[in-house]
Design a binder for this molecule. Structure first.
Ligand code: ATP
Ligand code: MG
Length: 432
């Protein structure tokens, strides 16, 4: 094969580099999410990035977009069929079973912050690799727990200061409720099957409830007058839903009931919810989605075990922060830039920078052996508050010059005092 020569390498389609300015916004979201999860008693877990492909086929569900067309599947060199994680819940439930967590006190509450891989059509807010912060509370079916999980999602948004969001809530009942409801739903769509797309026609057969939240414009005209699951809940299921709402009210959490909100698989049960912008438009605006999945663990080989959780899209939350003008200011470079001038000054500057860092002051050098003027220009551009000028002649006298880069004031100070002086100044600066 001929050598193709150097290539113009780019990130794969639908992926991106998270650059420092965006990284800080993401970390800001994650920081608040972790703190709120901790307050609600969640521990943290990190499963591997790839798992048996079958885990997701069973745990997410044949008949979902994820399994049908979005998974990154590959055979490894040993012939094992694996998939990059297309969502978090199945992995966490697998871990719950694998580590015998049913023997722990229930519910087991686990939170995670993970990259997620889906082969989707890239659009604004829709990537082939995105990041989710998610939680799962496994082992208990209690309306108070559903409300606590929804509260956690809402608290994350609130503590970040996001205003223009709302909670959508629904109950999709359980298998028994749906035995009565699904035939009515299928009956409703049946006369229109020749007018809806082939994907949705397939869903009509395998996961008919998914037609209710289909984004296909050919299906949408028939959604409005479709029968609603909430009108067909058995009294036990209706009571459970009412209890969730009562707990939410006690928590002081606003919600909007949205009877068309569904997860269309048998092992999703009862509570489903999303957090969306108040002026939701388009199909990639949901920042958080979750629900109860009392049949899932059985589906992946465990005993019947209830569970509830959500996944929050970090990129979409970061996008909301930017849109609402709430993104934290980009953290600037170091506080102190050290400029060295003359014989022997460079090593003294290195030592001083090290000393400052060991005392908690962020400091670095104006590298490159340039003139003092060039180094000071570098210091100014770096965003540092102070420059320290270490000159060979001053060193002999045991002093250095501290220059305030905002006011251009300069003063000489004994080398022995420089670290404590800069340390106290950068401390007061952080308090401003
Ligand atoms: P959507 O309806 O937008 O496709 P979904 O139902 O596939 O979302 P979930 O599987 O519930 O989403 O994932 C939870 C959250 O992860 C979503 O609410 C969203 O914030 C985020 N998310 C999902 N897919 C993507 C993606 N391709 N790019 C960026 N964020 C995503
Ligand atoms: Mg999707």
């Amino acid at each position: 094969m001929s050598n193709p020569g150097p290539q113009n390498f780019q990130t794969p389609r639908g992926t991106r580099d998270l650059l420092p300015q965006d990284y800080d916004v993401h970390q800001h979201v994650v920081h608040h999410a972790r703190e709120q999860a901790r307050l609600a008693g969640f521990g943290f877990i990190e499963p591997p990035t790839f798992e048996a492909a079958d885990l997701f086929a069973r745990g997410v569900g044949e008949g979902t977009d994820i399994v049908e067309k979005e998974m990154y599947i590959f055979d490894d060199r040993g012939g094992e069929r694996l998939a990059l994680r297309p969502e978090g819940t199945a992995s966490i439930c697998r871990a719950y079973l694998q580590h015998g967590m049913a023997n722990l006190q229930q519910p087991v509450k686990l939170a995670y912050h993970l990259p997620i891989f889906r082969y989707e059509r890239p659009q604004a807010g829709r990537f082939r690799q995105h990041t989710q912060f998610g939680v799962e509370a496994i082992g208990v079916r209690d309306a108070a727990l559903d409300a606590e999980v929804i509260d956690l999602g809402w608290r994350i948004a609130q503590t970040l200061g996001l205003q223009d969001l709302k909670i959508l809530l629904n109950s999709i009942g359980d298998l028994e409720d749906r035995q009565a409801y699904v035939p009515l739903l299928k009956e409703h769509f049946e006369p229109h099957l020749d007018r809806i797309g082939s994907d949705d026609r397939g869903r009509w057969d395998r996961a008919p409830m998914r037609l209710l939240d289909s984004k296909d414009p050919r299906t949408q005209p028939f959604q409005a007058d479709a029968p609603l699951i909430t009108d067909h809940l058995r009294s036990e299921s209706a009571d459970y839903y009412a209890a969730v709402k009562a707990h939410l009210e006690s928590l002081g959490i606003p919600y909007e009931e949205r009877p068309s909100l569904v997860r269309g698989l048998d092992y999703y049960t009862h509570t489903v919810f999303e957090i969306v912008p108040t002026t939701a438009s388009g199909s990639q605006t949901t920042v958080l989605a979750g629900g109860r999945y009392d049949g899932l663990i059985e589906q992946i080989g465990g005993p019947p075990t209830p569970g509830i959780g959500f996944g929050m899209g970090i990129e979409r939350m970061a996008g909301r922060l930017q849109e609402e003008g709430l993104a934290p200011e980009r953290s600037t470079g170091p506080d102190v830039l050290i400029c060295a001038l003359g014989e022997g000054a460079d090593t003294a500057a290195t030592g001083m920078a090290g000393n400052l860092r060991r005392n908690g002051v962020s400091a670095t050098l104006a590298f490159g052996g340039r003139s003092l003027k060039a180094q000071l220009r570098h210091a100014n551009r770096s965003g540092a508050r102070y420059a320290v000028i270490v000159g060979a002649r001053d060193l002999a006298e045991g002093v250095v010059t501290i220059r305030d880069l905002q006011t251009s004031e300069q003063e000489q100070i004994a080398i022995a005092d420089a670290t404590s002086e800069l340390s106290s100044r950068s401390y007061t600066q952080r308090q401003d």
